[in-house]
Design a protein around this ligand. Structure first.
Ligand SMILES: Cc1ncc(COP(=O)(O)O)c(C=O)c1O
Length: 333
């Protein structure tokens, strides 16, 4: 998928201020640019036409995960998750976004000097972009098992969205697309299935939903958690976290990918094997519908996952934001 370049007038949060994206620049010697020393997030907001509302999906969990994972690289994001949610809402309002949106928080080592050992100069930015489908999965995807193996936790932890680790994903995605596949599936060094290049993976066998455990070099996905919750509570399915063998990809009943960008994307072929009859399976379809309804505010039981941008119960105040902006400016090198 290639998305269009961002509108140069898009307002982003950078250096503690709201500025047009055309002014949000980093220097050529920035540490993260050379050494991959950044941690990012991906958050979705979905536009619901009937409610005329934009719903941000589980932003608190995303910002909590971001701050926790920044800790692995000892990057400090000096604001609380609630304050980061406020900035996110403000960005959407300033840009008058009334469509599906992807939010990209990025924290990074910002010192401008040569030398791999990081110091304590950290910066962060948040960008909210109009964003449609990441993968076109209406008829199911054709995935290829990559010859690139997933990064191991003792090399670069896959559980955090560490910028440098995405070289691993970029190599596998590029290879998959050049070989005619829609998406790559990674194996671990021990040969078990890990995840997609930017998504987790689920398989259904005999009515049970199975996904690799978080100790198998996967991102601890928030969509993964949502899928497990919906499967257990709405469909009454047994959900198991266990390692998946390579060959199970060829004999399972259903297979799908999950992630903030991809949502729930069915896989109907892996390498040169059809998943069952190469049609989207019933469990996948029901979970896709449940996920769609939950993320658009149609299921009251999951309204607590959503933060409305334009609704009256969202809490941003202008003065609070100016305070936050000042705090962020002083902490950015
Ligand atoms: C490597 C990888 N795995 C899984 C996911 C899915 O995680 P989440 O559902 O939290 O977006 C992502 C998301 O970007 C990812 O990059």
């Amino acid at each position: 998928m290639k998305s269009a370049d961002a509108d140069p007038n898009l307002i982003v949060y950078f250096g503690g201020k709201y500025v047009p994206i055309s002014e949000a620049k980093v220097g050529i010697l920035t540490h993260a640019l050379h050494y991959g020393t950044g941690v990012f997030e991906g958050i979705r907001a979905h536009w619901d036409e009937p409610a005329q509302e934009l719903f941000v999906l589980r932003p608190m969990e995303h910002y909590q995960r971001w701050k926790r994972n920044c800790g692995i690289l000892r990057i400090d994001v000096p604001l609380a998750p609630q304050d980061l949610c406020d900035i996110t809402l403000e960005l959407m309002r300033r840009n008058a976004l009334r469509t599906n949106v992807y939010v990209r928080p990025l924290a990074y080592k910002c010192a401008e000097r040569v030398g791999v050992a990081p110091d304590d100069q950290d910066a962060f930015a948040i960008i909210a972009l109009p964003f449609g489908d990441y993968l076109h999965a209406e008829n199911g995807l054709h995935a290829g098992v990559s010859s690139w193996r997933r990064v191991e936790d003792n090399a670069i932890p896959a559980r955090a969205k560490i910028c440098g680790a995405y070289v691993n994903s970029a190599l596998a995605s590029d290879d998959a697309r050049r070989n005619g596949f829609d998406e790559a599936i990674f194996l671990n060094e021990d040969g078990h299935v890990a995840e997609g290049a930017a998504c987790n993976i689920f398989m259904a066998r005999n009515g049970t939903l199975i996904t690799p455990p978080v100790t198998d070099n996967v991102l601890e996905g928030i969509t993964r958690d949502a899928v497990m919750t919906l499967a257990r509570h709405e469909l009454g399915l047994e959900v198991i976290e266990r390692s998946i063998d390579h060959s199970e990809l060829y004999i399972c009943d259903e297979l799908f990918l999950s992630g903030t960008a991809v949502g729930l994307a069915p896989v109907v072929r892996v390498d040169h094997h059809a998943v069952r009859d190469a049609a989207i399976g019933p469990i996948t379809r029901r979970l896709q519908q449940l996920y769609f309804d939950a993320t658009r505010g149609h299921l009251p039981a999951y309204r607590h996952w959503l933060l409305p941008v334009y609704g009256s119960n969202s809490k941003t105040q202008g003065s609070k934001l100016e305070e936050l902006a000042e705090l962020a400016t002083t902490s950015v090198a």
